[in-house]
Design a binder for this molecule. Structure first.
Ligand SMILES: Nc1ncnc2c1ncn2[C@@H]1O[C@H](COP(=O)(O)OP(=O)(O)OP(=O)(O)O)[C@@H](O)[C@H]1O
Ligand SMILES: [Mg+2]
Length: 272
Protein backbone atom coordinates (compact mmCIF):
# COMPACT_ATOMS: atom_id res chain seq x y z
CA UNK A 1 0.00 0.00 0.00
CA UNK A 2 1.19 3.51 -0.85
CA UNK A 3 2.30 5.80 1.97
CA UNK A 4 0.35 8.97 1.34
CA UNK A 5 2.10 10.76 4.24
CA UNK A 6 5.69 10.23 5.38
CA UNK A 7 7.35 12.14 8.18
CA UNK A 8 11.05 11.54 8.74
CA UNK A 9 13.01 12.83 11.75
CA UNK A 10 11.02 16.06 11.86
CA UNK A 11 12.20 18.66 14.38
CA UNK A 12 10.86 22.16 15.02
CA UNK A 13 11.79 24.93 17.41
CA UNK A 14 9.64 28.07 17.90
CA UNK A 15 11.22 31.53 17.75
CA UNK A 16 11.34 31.78 21.54
CA UNK A 17 13.46 28.61 21.71
CA UNK A 18 10.66 26.18 22.64
CA UNK A 19 11.47 22.81 21.13
CA UNK A 20 8.02 21.60 20.05
CA UNK A 21 9.14 18.67 17.87
CA UNK A 22 12.33 16.81 18.74
CA UNK A 23 12.31 13.86 16.35
CA UNK A 24 9.08 12.69 14.74
CA UNK A 25 8.87 9.86 12.20
CA UNK A 26 5.84 7.94 10.99
CA UNK A 27 4.04 6.96 7.80
CA UNK A 28 0.35 6.77 6.91
CA UNK A 29 -1.17 4.62 4.18
CA UNK A 30 -3.93 5.93 1.96
CA UNK A 31 -7.51 5.70 3.28
CA UNK A 32 -6.37 5.04 6.87
CA UNK A 33 -8.16 6.51 9.90
CA UNK A 34 -5.44 7.75 12.23
CA UNK A 35 -5.96 8.99 15.80
CA UNK A 36 -3.16 11.15 17.15
CA UNK A 37 -3.03 11.21 20.94
CA UNK A 38 -0.81 12.85 23.51
CA UNK A 39 -0.85 15.22 26.46
CA UNK A 40 -1.18 19.01 26.23
CA UNK A 41 1.95 20.59 24.82
CA UNK A 42 3.20 17.31 23.29
CA UNK A 43 3.58 18.92 19.86
CA UNK A 44 0.49 17.56 18.10
CA UNK A 45 -0.74 20.84 16.63
CA UNK A 46 2.80 21.84 15.65
CA UNK A 47 3.10 18.53 13.78
CA UNK A 48 -0.18 19.11 11.92
CA UNK A 49 0.96 22.56 10.78
CA UNK A 50 3.82 20.78 8.99
CA UNK A 51 1.51 18.35 7.22
CA UNK A 52 -0.23 21.09 5.25
CA UNK A 53 2.87 23.27 4.83
CA UNK A 54 1.84 26.08 7.19
CA UNK A 55 5.20 25.34 8.81
CA UNK A 56 8.18 24.01 6.87
CA UNK A 57 10.59 21.49 8.37
CA UNK A 58 13.62 22.98 10.10
CA UNK A 59 15.12 19.49 10.32
CA UNK A 60 14.01 16.26 8.70
CA UNK A 61 11.25 16.18 6.09
CA UNK A 62 7.57 15.70 5.38
CA UNK A 63 6.44 13.92 2.23
CA UNK A 64 2.91 14.12 0.85
CA UNK A 65 2.23 11.65 -1.98
CA UNK A 66 6.00 11.09 -2.24
CA UNK A 67 6.69 14.83 -2.74
CA UNK A 68 8.97 16.47 -0.18
CA UNK A 69 7.07 19.50 1.19
CA UNK A 70 8.98 22.72 0.56
CA UNK A 71 8.47 26.41 -0.11
CA UNK A 72 7.90 25.82 -3.84
CA UNK A 73 5.11 23.25 -3.58
CA UNK A 74 3.25 24.47 -0.49
CA UNK A 75 0.19 25.62 -2.49
CA UNK A 76 -0.09 22.16 -4.03
CA UNK A 77 0.34 20.58 -0.57
CA UNK A 78 -2.54 22.69 0.74
CA UNK A 79 -4.74 21.51 -2.13
CA UNK A 80 -4.01 17.92 -1.07
CA UNK A 81 -4.12 18.32 2.72
CA UNK A 82 -6.94 20.16 4.48
CA UNK A 83 -6.48 21.12 8.13
CA UNK A 84 -9.31 22.00 10.48
CA UNK A 85 -7.44 23.86 13.19
CA UNK A 86 -7.89 23.37 16.92
CA UNK A 87 -9.01 26.97 17.48
CA UNK A 88 -11.67 28.07 14.95
CA UNK A 89 -10.71 31.70 15.65
CA UNK A 90 -7.46 30.96 13.78
CA UNK A 91 -9.40 29.80 10.75
CA UNK A 92 -12.75 31.56 10.59
CA UNK A 93 -12.34 35.23 9.72
CA UNK A 94 -14.64 36.37 6.88
CA UNK A 95 -17.57 38.75 7.29
CA UNK A 96 -20.19 36.05 6.85
CA UNK A 97 -20.25 32.29 7.29
CA UNK A 98 -21.06 31.89 3.58
CA UNK A 99 -18.03 33.96 2.54
CA UNK A 100 -15.85 32.04 4.91
CA UNK A 101 -16.66 28.72 3.30
CA UNK A 102 -16.43 30.32 -0.17
CA UNK A 103 -12.92 31.57 0.61
CA UNK A 104 -11.28 28.16 0.24
CA UNK A 105 -13.15 27.33 -2.96
CA UNK A 106 -12.21 30.67 -4.57
CA UNK A 107 -8.63 30.14 -3.45
CA UNK A 108 -8.53 26.82 -5.28
CA UNK A 109 -9.80 28.36 -8.46
CA UNK A 110 -13.54 27.66 -8.36
CA UNK A 111 -15.35 30.30 -10.41
CA UNK A 112 -18.80 28.99 -11.37
CA UNK A 113 -21.04 30.88 -8.92
CA UNK A 114 -23.88 28.41 -9.13
CA UNK A 115 -21.56 25.46 -8.39
CA UNK A 116 -19.93 27.38 -5.56
CA UNK A 117 -23.31 28.14 -4.01
CA UNK A 118 -24.40 24.51 -4.30
CA UNK A 119 -21.16 23.31 -2.71
CA UNK A 120 -21.33 25.81 0.16
CA UNK A 121 -24.95 24.99 0.92
CA UNK A 122 -24.11 21.30 0.91
CA UNK A 123 -21.11 21.80 3.25
CA UNK A 124 -23.10 23.98 5.66
CA UNK A 125 -25.97 21.48 5.66
CA UNK A 126 -23.52 18.66 6.46
CA UNK A 127 -22.73 20.36 9.77
CA UNK A 128 -26.31 21.60 10.20
CA UNK A 129 -25.63 25.35 10.06
CA UNK A 130 -27.20 26.30 6.74
CA UNK A 131 -29.41 28.73 8.66
CA UNK A 132 -26.29 30.59 9.83
CA UNK A 133 -24.95 31.32 6.33
CA UNK A 134 -25.49 35.10 6.61
CA UNK A 135 -24.32 35.37 10.21
CA UNK A 136 -21.03 36.96 11.15
CA UNK A 137 -18.64 34.28 12.45
CA UNK A 138 -17.54 36.64 15.23
CA UNK A 139 -20.98 36.48 16.81
CA UNK A 140 -21.21 32.71 16.77
CA UNK A 141 -20.72 30.34 19.67
CA UNK A 142 -17.48 28.36 19.79
CA UNK A 143 -19.24 25.16 18.73
CA UNK A 144 -20.89 26.94 15.81
CA UNK A 145 -17.51 28.35 14.75
CA UNK A 146 -16.06 24.83 14.90
CA UNK A 147 -18.80 23.76 12.50
CA UNK A 148 -17.96 26.64 10.13
CA UNK A 149 -14.29 25.57 10.13
CA UNK A 150 -15.28 21.96 9.37
CA UNK A 151 -17.64 23.11 6.57
CA UNK A 152 -14.79 25.13 5.03
CA UNK A 153 -12.70 22.00 4.61
CA UNK A 154 -15.63 19.80 3.58
CA UNK A 155 -16.41 22.19 0.71
CA UNK A 156 -12.95 21.57 -0.73
CA UNK A 157 -12.71 17.93 0.36
CA UNK A 158 -8.99 17.35 -0.22
CA UNK A 159 -7.64 13.81 -0.34
CA UNK A 160 -6.08 14.08 3.12
CA UNK A 161 -8.12 15.74 5.86
CA UNK A 162 -6.77 16.53 9.30
CA UNK A 163 -8.89 17.56 12.25
CA UNK A 164 -7.26 19.05 15.36
CA UNK A 165 -9.57 18.31 18.30
CA UNK A 166 -12.77 18.42 16.24
CA UNK A 167 -15.00 17.04 18.98
CA UNK A 168 -14.36 19.68 21.60
CA UNK A 169 -17.30 22.07 21.93
CA UNK A 170 -19.59 20.04 19.67
CA UNK A 171 -22.88 19.08 21.31
CA UNK A 172 -24.00 15.39 21.19
CA UNK A 173 -25.93 15.88 17.93
CA UNK A 174 -22.97 17.77 16.47
CA UNK A 175 -20.66 14.91 17.47
CA UNK A 176 -22.97 12.31 15.95
CA UNK A 177 -23.19 14.33 12.71
CA UNK A 178 -19.41 14.67 12.67
CA UNK A 179 -18.91 10.92 13.10
CA UNK A 180 -21.27 10.42 10.14
CA UNK A 181 -19.17 12.87 8.10
CA UNK A 182 -15.98 10.95 8.99
CA UNK A 183 -17.61 7.70 7.86
CA UNK A 184 -18.66 9.20 4.56
CA UNK A 185 -15.17 10.64 3.99
CA UNK A 186 -13.60 7.27 4.80
CA UNK A 187 -15.87 5.52 2.30
CA UNK A 188 -14.78 7.97 -0.40
CA UNK A 189 -11.13 6.92 0.05
CA UNK A 190 -10.02 9.97 2.02
CA UNK A 191 -7.12 9.66 4.43
CA UNK A 192 -8.18 11.03 7.81
CA UNK A 193 -6.10 12.15 10.79
CA UNK A 194 -7.80 13.26 13.99
CA UNK A 195 -6.03 14.69 17.02
CA UNK A 196 -8.14 13.89 20.04
CA UNK A 197 -8.15 13.57 23.81
CA UNK A 198 -11.29 11.43 23.55
CA UNK A 199 -10.14 7.84 24.12
CA UNK A 200 -13.60 6.40 23.52
CA UNK A 201 -13.76 8.03 20.10
CA UNK A 202 -10.24 6.80 19.28
CA UNK A 203 -11.20 3.25 20.29
CA UNK A 204 -14.36 3.23 18.20
CA UNK A 205 -12.95 4.96 15.16
CA UNK A 206 -9.22 4.57 14.54
CA UNK A 207 -7.39 2.02 12.38
CA UNK A 208 -4.01 3.35 13.54
CA UNK A 209 -2.93 5.19 16.67
CA UNK A 210 0.05 7.51 17.04
CA UNK A 211 0.99 8.67 20.54
CA UNK A 212 3.08 11.85 20.70
CA UNK A 213 4.91 12.93 23.82
CA UNK A 214 7.50 15.69 24.26
CA UNK A 215 7.90 16.13 20.52
CA UNK A 216 8.50 12.45 19.77
CA UNK A 217 6.46 9.45 18.67
CA UNK A 218 6.13 7.46 21.87
CA UNK A 219 4.19 4.65 20.19
CA UNK A 220 2.57 3.84 16.88
CA UNK A 221 0.39 0.88 16.08
CA UNK A 222 -3.10 -0.54 15.93
CA UNK A 223 -5.97 0.11 18.34
CA UNK A 224 -4.54 -2.41 20.80
CA UNK A 225 -2.25 0.41 21.99
CA UNK A 226 -5.27 2.06 23.64
CA UNK A 227 -5.49 -0.81 26.13
CA UNK A 228 -1.75 -0.92 26.79
CA UNK A 229 -1.72 0.10 30.47
CA UNK A 230 1.97 0.89 30.61
CA UNK A 231 1.84 3.13 27.57
CA UNK A 232 -1.35 4.87 28.63
CA UNK A 233 0.17 5.73 32.01
CA UNK A 234 3.46 6.82 30.52
CA UNK A 235 1.69 9.19 28.11
CA UNK A 236 -0.68 10.57 30.78
CA UNK A 237 -3.62 9.28 28.78
CA UNK A 238 -6.66 7.41 30.00
CA UNK A 239 -8.05 4.02 29.05
CA UNK A 240 -11.26 3.91 27.00
CA UNK A 241 -14.27 3.75 29.36
CA UNK A 242 -15.18 0.20 28.30
CA UNK A 243 -11.61 -0.97 28.91
CA UNK A 244 -11.64 0.60 32.38
CA UNK A 245 -14.90 -1.15 33.22
CA UNK A 246 -13.60 -4.57 32.15
CA UNK A 247 -10.33 -3.96 33.97
CA UNK A 248 -12.30 -3.29 37.18
CA UNK A 249 -14.57 -6.29 36.64
CA UNK A 250 -11.58 -8.56 35.97
CA UNK A 251 -13.73 -10.37 33.42
CA UNK A 252 -10.99 -10.92 30.85
CA UNK A 253 -7.24 -11.32 30.67
CA UNK A 254 -5.53 -7.93 30.75
CA UNK A 255 -4.18 -8.60 27.27
CA UNK A 256 -7.67 -8.95 25.81
CA UNK A 257 -9.50 -6.07 27.47
CA UNK A 258 -12.28 -4.90 25.14
CA UNK A 259 -12.19 -1.28 23.98
CA UNK A 260 -15.45 -0.79 22.16
CA UNK A 261 -19.10 -1.50 22.92
CA UNK A 262 -19.08 -4.10 20.12
CA UNK A 263 -16.11 -5.95 21.64
CA UNK A 264 -17.66 -5.76 25.12
CA UNK A 265 -20.92 -7.24 23.82
CA UNK A 266 -19.01 -10.14 22.26
CA UNK A 267 -17.18 -10.88 25.53
CA UNK A 268 -20.35 -10.63 27.61
CA UNK A 269 -22.44 -12.80 25.28
CA UNK A 270 -19.82 -15.55 25.58
CA UNK A 271 -20.31 -15.45 29.35
CA UNK A 272 -24.07 -15.21 29.55
N1 LIG B 1 3.56 30.04 18.75
C1 LIG B 1 4.30 29.41 19.68
N2 LIG B 1 5.41 29.99 20.20
C2 LIG B 1 6.17 29.36 21.12
N3 LIG B 1 5.89 28.14 21.61
C3 LIG B 1 4.80 27.52 21.13
C4 LIG B 1 3.94 28.12 20.16
N4 LIG B 1 2.93 27.26 19.90
C5 LIG B 1 3.13 26.19 20.66
N5 LIG B 1 4.25 26.33 21.42
C6 LIG B 1 4.83 25.36 22.36
O1 LIG B 1 5.20 24.19 21.63
C7 LIG B 1 4.89 23.01 22.36
C8 LIG B 1 3.95 22.14 21.56
O2 LIG B 1 2.70 22.83 21.41
P1 LIG B 1 1.49 22.25 20.57
O3 LIG B 1 0.47 23.32 20.50
O4 LIG B 1 2.01 21.68 19.32
O5 LIG B 1 1.01 21.07 21.56
P2 LIG B 1 -0.29 20.14 21.47
O6 LIG B 1 0.19 18.74 21.59
O7 LIG B 1 -1.10 20.50 20.28
O8 LIG B 1 -1.08 20.51 22.83
P3 LIG B 1 -2.69 20.59 23.14
O9 LIG B 1 -3.14 19.20 23.49
O10 LIG B 1 -2.74 21.48 24.34
O11 LIG B 1 -3.37 21.17 21.96
C9 LIG B 1 4.33 23.48 23.71
O12 LIG B 1 5.38 23.50 24.64
C10 LIG B 1 3.83 24.87 23.40
O13 LIG B 1 3.88 25.69 24.56
MG1 LIG C 1 -2.94 21.25 20.00
Amino acid sequence: MENIIEVNNLAYKYGDGTKALADVSFAVEKNTRVAILGPNGAGKSTLLFHLNALYLAQQGQVKIKSQVVNDENKEWVRSQVGLVMQDPDDQVFSTTVYEDVAFGLLNFGWSDEEKIKERIEWALSSVDILDLQDASPHNLSYGQKKRVAIAGILAIEPEIIIFDEPLSYLDPQGKADFLGILDRLHKTEKTLLVVTHDMDFAAEWADRVIVIEEGRVLAEGGRELLANLELIEQANLDLPTITKLFQRLELTELSSLPQTIEEAVTVLKERL
